[in-house]
Ligand binder design. Structure first.
Ligand SMILES: *Cc1c(COP(=O)(O)O)cnc(C)c1O
Length: 302
């Protein structure tokens, strides 16, 4: 049933490197209206809302946030009210992502960048909670214990579609998805995260905490590589763009430059320099985010 999620790559070279040892786990094909990892991060948060008997979900994000986009989609599907606290004042030309979210019924509340800075502070969170009560407030990116536990389900998919593959690679923003997967897989696996951010020195601590939140002691070996951000979060450079366009062309798999493009570019470089053996099977997780392609004119809209 999950076999359509496995996408083995053939040996046709991309920028002179064959990636035939790589298979993709296409989470971009899961999640219905909210494809990718964000729906997994939300499922336990929804269950928590249900337990608390609240039908309004509030969270935070930028104008191109995959998380707010998924929250709006899932909220509409489940008949829940959603509120998005959006970083920065409203602009005349609303992003395609916020347009979707609004059309799905999300209430958008724009706040100044200074106010947005307070998004993780207790006092501010209490204000938000009071303002939208009764509600459940979910942190930016769905980065909480429920988020990590929801991602343990992805480990089940990994074991299902590629039981022989010991090395798993995925993109990392908050580390929540990596933690859930490492917890769900258990020992015997190696999970390598490619940070989409520049100098995110607290990621290891965040993952360690999220692993504790998952309540599992037997977790996969994991590590995060910090040198593949291509200039910083949501930045790109010519090398990344060239790689992505050729990869999409050769393999027919759409990517986006914030997460999945950088992850596969990192993998490509590790194979190219010989640090990773090109015969060892790797499962690379396509975490979705394709709705964000609309922000980049150099990517086709197909
Ligand atoms: C949010 C996101 C990630 C990062 O997930 P974290 O759990 O925050 O590490 C990776 N890929 C895509 C497409 C995302 O939208």
């Amino acid at each position: 049933m999950n076999s359509n999620l496995l996408n083995p790559l053939d040996n046709m070279p991309v920028c002179d490197v064959a990636m035939g040892n790589v298979s993709l786990l296409r989470l971009d094909r899961t999640g219905g209206p909210a494809p990718g990892n964000k729906a997994f991060k939300l499922r336990e948060n929804l269950a928590q809302a249900q337990r608390l008997g609240v039908s309004r979900l509030v969270s935070f994000g930028g104008a191109w946030s995959n998380h707010l986009h998924a929250l709006a989609a899932v909220g509409r599907d489940e008949g829940l009210e959603t509120v998005g606290i959006v970083r920065g004042e409203a602009v005349l030309n609303e992003s395609a992502m916020l347009r979707d979210a609004r059309s799905w019924g999300m209430q958008l509340v724009h706040v100044s960048r200074a106010e947005y800075q307070q998004r993780n502070e207790c006092e501010y969170l209490q204000q938000i909670k009071d303002r939208f009560a009764p509600c459940l407030v979910i942190p930016e990116g769905g980065a909480n214990a429920e988020g990590a536990r929801g991602c343990m389900v992805i480990a089940g998919l990994v074991k299902d579609v590629a039981p022989q593959t010991g090395r798993i690679v995925l993109s990392v923003g908050t580390g929540t998805t990596l933690a859930g997967i490492a917890a769900g897989l258990g020992s015997g696996y190696e999970v390598v995260g490619i940070s989409a951010l520049k100098g995110a020195g607290d990621l290891e601590r965040r993952v360690t905490q999220a692993l504790v939140d998952c309540g599992k002691t037997d977790v996969a070996q994991w590590r995060i590589l910090h040198d593949y951000h291509c200039g910083g979060f949501a930045r790109s450079n010519t090398a990344l763009r060239d790689f992505m366009l050729e990869f999409e062309n050769v393999h027919g798999v759409p990517l986006e430059p914030v997460y999945t493009g950088k992850m596969l570019f990192a993998l490509h470089q590790l194979l190219q320099c010989g640090e990773w053996d090109c015969t060892t099977p790797v499962l690379a997780i396509h975490t979705g985010g394709l709705q964000g392609r609309r922000g980049y004119s150099w990517l086709s809209s197909a």
